[in-house]
Ligand binder design. Sequence first.
Ligand SMILES: [Zn+2]
Length: 340
Amino acid sequence: MKKDNNDAMKSDHQMQCIACGSNMETFIERISDDRYGCPGVYSIERCVSCGHMTTTPPLTEEDLPGLYSTYYPRREVDFSAIEREAALVNKPFAAFNRWMAGTDHQGHYLAQPGEKVLDVGCGSCISLLEMRNKGIESWGIEADPNVRTIADHFGLQVHIGNIYDLPFPDMKFDLIVLNQVLEHVPDPSAMLQAVRERLTPQGRVIMAFPNTGSFHHKIWKDRWINWHIPYHQNHFNRTSFTKLAGKFGYKVENVRTVTPNLWSVLQLRTARERKQEGKSSSTWTHNADAIQVRPPFFTRLKNVALSRGARGAGMVMGLGNRILDAAGKGDSLLFVLRPI
Ligand SMILES: [Zn+2]
């Protein structure tokens, strides 16, 4: 998609905010994929009233499988690394360690034994394994066909596709979680509606996604890692998401912010690199010119997380992140919703 299409689309009609219906104006004129080098130039439009932002031109559901299987790194997986990661959930002080590292920004950690849990966009399935390790029954939905091998290997109940396919047709869920998913979805309104239909009357929905009201967003501006263009289609803040959720019959039971220390490390590394349109970043791919030959995802994640520099920086930044989180200025919002 080219910028020309974008301009043509904008001249046809004034865009309106999905959360409050007010007009949108351009917030960032030119932005492109600075992680994996997916071609295309986009803009960010911002609601003049609630501050909700959208990526323009938008993607469609049909664009997603091709985009993710070509430009998103989950083609090779390390089963034992996944298993080791998921086993940490039962270690002593696991919840405290997650709080320290800022990795408790995921709704499934709030699941209770006896609940039936659906993870929409379960990715590498670590969340489903963690819940199994805690004795909680869970199901997953994932658009990326590469996840099939992980689900089959561990015997997990995962539907490859999306929630609109009506997977697990006769089931309702006590808890539905979307961990860093809603921002990727072309139509968040349709997603909120579809999720509500799969919820038991007393059920909860927990959604986590980046926070444009964060301190890091203010500091890093167009280099903020959570723009993540074009994969992130909508960019929420506390006000805009509360309005959108209200339109679909949800009340907010709780909201807080969490900043994963790893995000801060990646943010600093990204900021050191020169940004080039259509080029992948060495922070995210290790080798900027070798997009076809990437090491496995978990190897890279492990390298970043365990390298001594990253660990030291993470510990120093951890304290700052916990203060930002307490002030509500963290990089990820975590909403707990109930149906009204
Ligand atoms: Zn708005």
